[in-house]
Design a protein around this ligand. Structure first.
Ligand code: C2E
Ligand code: MG
Ligand code: MG
Length: 552
């Protein structure tokens, strides 16, 4: 909004300067033609007709500038000046039979045609810049422009941000051609449903935005859009007719209550969508203060994490894993710790989910891998144990990056860590959007000897089909499942099923978060392979881990 204010100011100033210049040149032109001023020196001779022509050319040039600076207003001003200019020069010819103004008249006519053509081209390219070529709707730029103009009249306004869930899967499975087709169908439905007076735009891959005023109930309106947009979309793929249902989420932000600027309104509505998706029960959510506080905390944590990498506030602790049958040491899971200079500890349960949304997590994972492999190698050399595994947690963003394997190989090479002793823990969530890169990375890692553990198993993100497709070595039963093993018979059955299924899939199974003898006995009875939990060992610093290696 501020930049828009500056823009308007400079445009108006530019136009005024042009007008002053044109008026000056115009007056000069009159004087030259009425007084018949000729410029004659020893070396050259300029007739008044030449001077008139030159001044008219200058006026034409400034008229073009006016159109470029102030578009429509510039065009109108240019028309007025050229009309006056041509009018004056024509009367000169009629009244005084003075044809010195003839070049100026031609110049004026050419100038009117030029500024008109320039204006048409300018309008066309401006329109193209704010239109989404695929759906014909306005694009994000158009939306921002529209909001910034609209909010000037200070009326209440609701921005409904709509997102088609998991659209990447459609593109991956059906191909982009059909993905685009579906987007066009959704755009058409949106336009038809919203009606002529409602501003509708496509602001990203599978994201749309609608602007409504307070005459409509925004929640009801968004609810109807969400219910109808992605339902029963039928397309023809080759000879086959496919019907698809897409889940749509909506986030709503309000002008002026939530924000005064378009970018902020969009950001807040997007945050509301994120919360709707997380809730698993709601598909439409209004942005509220709590979400804003969470966002501030997230921004603060992102900054802290950045500082932590730079200033070495991170360190690793090691939690032992044992065989359940005879309590032999299997290895350690490395867990990240963040201690601020004032001694405050921030739990990874808090900072990891916060930075997982940003690119910062890639750096965190790189830091952890480098430290874990350096220290792990040291641990094995010093204790003389080459039979232990070092298990490192990596985020969804890292496992789905194209260059991850290459980067990891560099770390393995520089630290000299034996690949066969490395295990990477990826979460179930990493597999939930089924990226091809993720699957490729997992396969390549396995082929170079790295083991893959599926962390937090049973939290409900992956389908069995997805797990079966990938070469997983270890299933890690999530702590939440064994927490209530004695209170909830369902959990008992589930854990039993996971162990059974894991073995069928030729995976080994570990349970994390084991705290009691009852849990231990249950897992033993059901032939779980390994155990990790406070009952046999909390996460400890490097030197304590070294002692464990020597004594177990
Ligand atoms: P996770 O990978 O599932 O790690 C297990 C968490 O459970 C750890 O919490 C561990 O200390 C805790 N835990 C293990 N046994 C017990 C037990 O018997 N009782 C209780 N109450 N807790 C137990 P922590 O260290 O706070 O880590 C939390 C989560 O943060 C991890 O869950 C992981 O998702 C993430 N995280 C930790 N370190 C890293 C890391 O280096 N990189 C990445 N990307 N994520 C990490
Ligand atoms: Mg883990
Ligand atoms: Mg876990």
């Amino acid at each position: 909004m501020k930049s828009k204010g500056y823009k308007t100011f400079f445009r108006t100033l530019g136009l005024i300067l042009c007008i002053i210049l044109v008026v000056g040149l115009y007056v000069l032109n009159i004087i030259v033609s009425q007084k018949g001023l000729d410029l004659v020196t020893d070396s050259f001779e300029l007739s008044s007709s030449n001077i008139n022509g030159m001044l008219s050319s200058l006026i034409s040039f400034i008229c073009i500038l006016m159109v470029l600076i102030a578009h429509k207003k510039g065009l109108i001003s240019a028309y007025i000046f050229q009309a006056l200019n041509i009018g004056f020069m024509t009367t000169e010819i009629i009244r005084h039979h003075n044809i010195s103004t003839l070049p100026g008249i031609f110049n004026g006519i050419v100038s009117v045609v030029s500024v008109t053509l320039i204006y048409i081209q300018l309008t066309r390219s401006t329109k193209m810049a704010i239109t989404d070529y695929m759906t014909g709707l306005m694009n994000r730029r158009g939306l921002v422009k529209y909001i910034d103009n609209k909010v000037l009249d200070k009326n209440q306004l609701f921005l409904i941000y709509l997102e088609l869930d998991n659209f990447r899967v459609i593109n991956d499975n059906l191909g982009h051609k059909y993905g685009d087709m579906i987007l066009r169908i959704v755009a058409k439905r949106l336009k038809n449903y919203a009606g002529r007076d409602v501003f509708v735009s496509r602001i990203g891959g599978a994201e749309f935005a609608v602007l409504i005023n307070s005459k409509n109930d925004p929640k009801e309106f968004a609810g109807k859009l969400v219910d109808n947009l992605g339902k029963n979309i039928s397309i023809k793929a080759g000879d086959e007719s496919i019907t698809i249902n897409i889940t749509v989420y909506a986030g709503i932000s309000e002008y002026p209550a939530n924000a005064l600027e378009a970018d902020e309104l969009l950001k807040f509505a997007d945050i509301a969508i994120y919360h709707a998706r997380k809730s698993k029960t709601k598909k439409v959510l209004f942005f509220d203060k709590k979400m804003k506080d969470e966002l501030s905390r997230q921004i603060e944590l992102e900054k802290t994490v950045k500082d932590a990498i730079e200033k070495n506030w991170f360190y690793l602790v090691y939690q032992p894993q044992y065989t359940l049958k005879d309590k032999r040491l299997r290895g350690f899971e490395t867990l990240l710790r963040l201690r601020l200079p004032d001694g405050t500890m921030i739990s990874p349960g808090e900072f990891i989910p916060a930075v997982e949304k940003s690119e910062e997590i890639l750096e965190v994972d790189q830091y952890v891998l480098k430290s874990a492999l350096e220290e792990g190698k040291n641990l094995m050399n010093t204790s003389g144990r080459d039979d232990i595994l070092i298990s490192v947690n990596i985020s969804a963003k890292t496992i789905s990056s194209e260059d991850f394997v290459e980067k990891l190989q560099k770390i393995i090479f520089s630290t000299g860590f034996p690949t066969n002793n490395l295990e990477l823990e990826i979460t179930e969530y990493s597999l939930s959007d089924s990226k091809a890169v993720t699957a490729n990375n997992i396969k390549t890692l396995r082929s170079i000897g790295v083991k893959i553990a599926l962390d937090d198993f049973g939290t409900g993100y992956t389908s069995l089909g997805q797990v079966l497709e990938l070469p997983i070595d270890l299933l890690k039963i999530d702590k939440s499942l064994i927490d209530d093993i004695y209170e909830k018979p369902v959990n008992r059955d589930f854990v039993d099923a996971v162990i059974y299924m894991g073995h069928l899939m030729k995976c080994e199974v570990i349970s994390e978060g084991v705290e009691s003898d009852e849990q231990l006995n249950f897992l033993r009875d059901h032939e779980c392979d390994f155990v990790q939990g406070y009952i046999w060992g909390k996460p400890v610093p490097f030197y304590d881990a070294l002692e464990i290696c020597k004594n177990t």
